[in-house]
Design a protein around this ligand. Structure first.
Ligand code: PMP
Length: 431
């Protein structure tokens, strides 16, 4: 049901703002970029999500990725229910952690060993520390527009810092010192990477990249880009890290590295590996991972890491994905239908828009021309995206509340859902 009332969400938001900064526990939830009240969510089920005013939406966020099997997947829920009765946390080793590690090592091409953590932020922070410990080098290269969580050294913006002394921090509270070892290159631009390798010869510990970028909207790697990164890292004995928090277990059971046939030295995962529970993981080559404590000298720890309930949910989700290739067929064909349909609509409407997509993730950018990096993504008309967002949510489509995000399709979505969303989009664009 859709009544388009937002009174309860508005009241809750006002109250929340009194106790929680901005009323939310993560900034994207405040709907700041789209000029409408954030919907306070009451429940989610299958492909739907329901707000506090009783509105029902088709859910194209899916908790920002993990709900690949749909909300409330019965297998994941059952695993959680069976586990919680035996205790919520032990802070001790369990057999379930071996099951999870084995499963992840079977599915992810670069994994010989894996360490579980509690978020994507922790995973990337720990992977970089490990790469630095392994190589004994300081600098890292990240790409403009790629997000790797909110640890100090990764909140660095790019631009002219490309070949200057390190970057400059993106956030108040991050010191210049924390930022100075983070170098920034341009996505899909090997020249910018090569320049940094020349300038900082022998001091680049790691290159970290989203193998398909999803945090400047969806931006695909151009032909050969990932392979070239692999080669330059080999040449300089630099650790190549794929941040697969969005792409892992989604683009293929073995993530983007399986799909593109390029194997990094390490990879990081988040939310999807926990089936919706707070989880992250980093792993990779055995010789690198054996640098981590207590075997090696790179310290990394976590009271709740490998938590039994989170492991149970994650094992249930990954097992289902591993055993059911039909999930990928289904979400990818719905992806073709949704993103292909959006392309037809914008072509018919003759508007300056571009759709980037791969499998079940995609972004409709409000800009003409190709979007291949942060600079081109930033040419988008954010006011127009906000109008589109407000129209779509009022018609029951729950999209990402910002232009520079992905849409996510789950196994529970149907062709009828996609048709409905497309016909709403067609009306918005006047075709
Ligand atoms: N890496 C990528 C590619 C992400 O998209 C995100 C968050 N969406 C993170 C890291 C950080 O994960 P978390 O929010 O779990 O800390």
């Amino acid at each position: 049901m859709l009544n388009n009332k937002t009174d309860r969400s508005e009241r809750l938001f006002e109250e929340a703002k009194h106790y929680i900064p901005g009323g939310v526990n993560s900034p994207a939830r405040a709907f700041q970029a789209v000029g409408t009240t954030p919907r306070f969510i009451e429940k989610a089920d299958a492909q739907f999500i329901y707000d506090a005013d009783g509105n029902k939406y088709i859910d194209y966020i899916g908790s920002w990725g993990p709900m690949i099997l749909g909300n409330n997947n019965p297998g994941v829920l059952k695993a959680v229910q069976e586990t919680i009765v035996h205790g919520l946390s032990f802070g001790a080793a369990t057999g379930r952690e071996i099951t999870m590690a084995k499963l992840a090592c079977e599915m992810i091409p670069c994994f010989e060993m894996v360490r579980m953590v509690n978020s994507g932020t922790e995973a990337t922070m720990s992977a970089l520390r490990t790469a630095r410990g392994y190589t004994g080098r300081n600098k890292i290269i990240k790409f403009e527009g790629c997000y790797h969580g909110h640890s100090d050294g990764l909140l660095v913006k790019a631009g002219s810092a490309l070949i200057a002394e390190g970057g400059s921090p993106d956030s108040a509270g991050v010191t210049e010192n924390c930022a100075k070892d983070t170098l920034t290159a341009r996505y899909n631009d090997m020249d910018s990477v090569e320049k940094l390798f020349e300038e900082y010869k022998g001091d680049i510990a790691a290159v970290i990249i989203e193998p398909v970028a999803a945090n400047m909207g969806v931006v695909l790697p151009q032909d050969g880009f990932l392979k070239n990164l692999r080669e330059i890292c080999d040449l300089h004995q630099t650790v190549l890290i794929f941040d697969e928090v969005i792409t892992g277990f989604r683009l293929a059971p073995g993530g983007a590295q399986q799909l593109f046939g390029v194997t990094p030295d390490m990879a990081t995962f988040g939310k999807i590996i926990g089936g919706g529970m707070p989880v992250g993981a980093y792993g990779g080559r055995r010789d690198i991972m054996e640098c981590v404590a207590p075997v090696g000298k790179v310290y990394q720890a976590g009271t709740l890491s490998g938590n039994p309930v989170a492991m149970a949910a994650g094992i249930a989700q990954l097992t289902c994905l591993k055993e059911n290739p039909s999930v990928y067929e289904h979400i990818n064909s719905l992806g073709e239908m949704l993103y292909g349909g959006l392309k037809e609509i914008i072509a018919a409407a003759k508007v300056d828009c571009t759709v980037n997509h791969i499998g079940s993730i995609g972004t409709l950018f409000f800009t003409g021309g190709q979007v291949t990096d942060y600079t081109s993504a930033r040419t988008s008309d954010l006011k127009r995206y906000a109008e589109y967002f407000r129209y779509m949510i009022q018609h029951g489509n729950y999209f990402a509340p910002a232009q520079f995000e992905a849409m996510f399709i789950s196994d529970q979505h149907t062709e009828a859902d996609i048709q409905k969303t497309l016909s709403d989009a067609a009306v918005f664009f006047g075709v």
